[in-house]
Design a binder for this molecule. Structure first.
Ligand code: SF4
Length: 320
């Protein structure tokens, strides 16, 4: 079934999140972003730090109220839910955070952390204990860990506790915000493979936020590339990596280290000039203009729209 025939689980429609930072100054962290997330798939959201991907994730789980636009979950605008619907939404949509050191309450035991959501939903004590035990086993820990505190665990184990906590309320959609970037390289693959296995077994839908394009390629069905608060390119993973169109995406992909020495020699790294500019009052033209080696006069005057180039492959660039 192609995406045109499927019903999206999440629809992000023209979402903006602006922060007022002065009298007339706005930090436009997310600026008119739209895309869909289909049931059972993983959508990777990539870009350099400061591109707005984490703010977008927070808008989608209502940790931030969008300044404009809509997030539709399972057919309903998440800002217009009744109390009961809001409760269900909090259960169905969970987030795994970047920093497993900061995201777990250091004064709570693992049992309290993983069981918190179950307790809020009125799970009886005995059943709660059994469910926490099963959840810990699901993520590769065991019942002996229940009475311990977060500081007694390694980074990888703490992220497993965070994943068990997210799974405890049986969500459908999980936003994974850079879930492996604070971990040792040796445990990153374990956590990624565990997330993939859990997705297959439980039919989960993921949005996977990351700056590492090789990880995103491995885990995602579709990829959204963000630059300075906007989407510059989005397509199915194979199409995006095999038929890259936007100069920014091309540069990001060319920077992925190549394991094969012959292919590494043959591949050419495309440089990006300078740093990502400030998102405060960004210019009304192509946001990538100062760093793009192909920029023309038009790029300095007009913001390119996201246009469909091949089915499902959207690009925002005047030259494509
Ligand atoms: Fe580069 Fe112009 Fe395309 Fe922007 S619109 S990415 S400046 S070529």
């Amino acid at each position: 079934m192609n995406n045109n025939e499927k019903q999206p689980l999440v629809q992000v429609r023209d979402v903006c999140k602006y922060f007022k930072v002065g009298k007339k100054a706005y930090l436009k962290a997310v600026d008119h972003v739209s895309f869909d997330v289909f049931k059972g798939e993983t959508v990777g959201v990539v870009g350099e730090s400061g591109c707005g991907k984490s703010t977008l994730g927070r808008c989608m789980i209502r940790l931030y109220e969008p300044t404009a636009g809509e997030v539709i979950y399972d057919g309903k605008d998440i800002t217009k839910l009744s109390k009961e619907e809001q409760k269900q939404f909090c259960q169905k949509v969970q987030m795994i955070f970047q920093n497993p050191y900061a995201s777990l309450n250091s004064r709570m035991t693992v049992k309290e952390i993983v069981g918190e959501g179950l307790k809020q939903h009125g799970t009886p004590r005995k059943e709660l204990e059994e469910r926490v035990k099963t959840l810990l086993e699901t993520v590769g820990l065991n019942k002996d860990h229940m009475s311990r505190f977060p500081h007694e665990f390694s980074g990888g184990q703490r992220q497993r506790i965070g994943i068990a906590r997210a799974l405890s309320v049986e969500p459908d959609f999980i936003i994974c915000d850079e879930p492996i970037s604070a971990l040792d390289v040796s445990v990153q693959a374990q956590v990624i493979n565990m997330l993939k296995e859990l997705q297959e077994k439980r039919g989960l839908t993921y949005m996977f936020i990351a700056h590492d394009l090789s990880v995103v390629k491995y885990i995602s069905d579709r990829v959204v590339v963000m630059y300075l608060g906007t989407v510059v390119e989005t397509a199915e993973t194979e199409e995006l990596y095999g038929n890259t169109m936007h100069p920014y995406t091309k540069a990001l992909i060319s920077a992925i280290p190549e394991a094969d020495p012959d292919r590494a020699k043959a591949s050419q790294r495309i440089p990006i000039k300078g740093e990502i500019p400030s998102p405060i009052n960004p210019p009304e033209c192509c946001r990538f203009v100062e760093r793009c080696q192909y920029a023309t006069e038009r790029c300095h005057k007009e913001q390119p729209e996201l246009r469909e180039m091949t089915p499902g492959h959207y690009v925002a660039c005047h030259l494509v």
